[in-house]
Design a protein around this ligand. Structure first.
Ligand SMILES: [Zn+2]
Length: 78
């Protein structure tokens, strides 16, 4: 009788891991995806202005002919 109970417990345990685990990894993956989509602070790449040497983030930088500039004045754009 004890053997049967143990067998059922083992099978239940195996089933639990087989069924539950993929869901957990799926949730974890979804969470990772959601976090990846969020803009993270401190992930901006700092670039040097080609003219004056000021460091600006790529979001703020003005790109002109493949070079980064801190301002329109440095980029020579008006
Ligand atoms: Zn500049």
């Amino acid at each position: 009788m004890l053997k049967i109970v143990l067998t059922i417990a083992v099978i239940a345990g195996v089933y639990y891991f087989l069924i539950k685990k993929p869901q957990v990894t799926q949730k974890r993956r979804e969470r990772a995806d959601a976090e990846a989509k969020k803009p993270k602070k401190g992930e901006e790449i700092m670039v040097e202005c080609d003219k004056c040497g000021t460091y600006i983030s790529t979001h703020e930088a003005i790109i002109k002919s493949g070079k980064y500039y801190c301002s329109k004045e440095c980029a020579g754009v008006k």
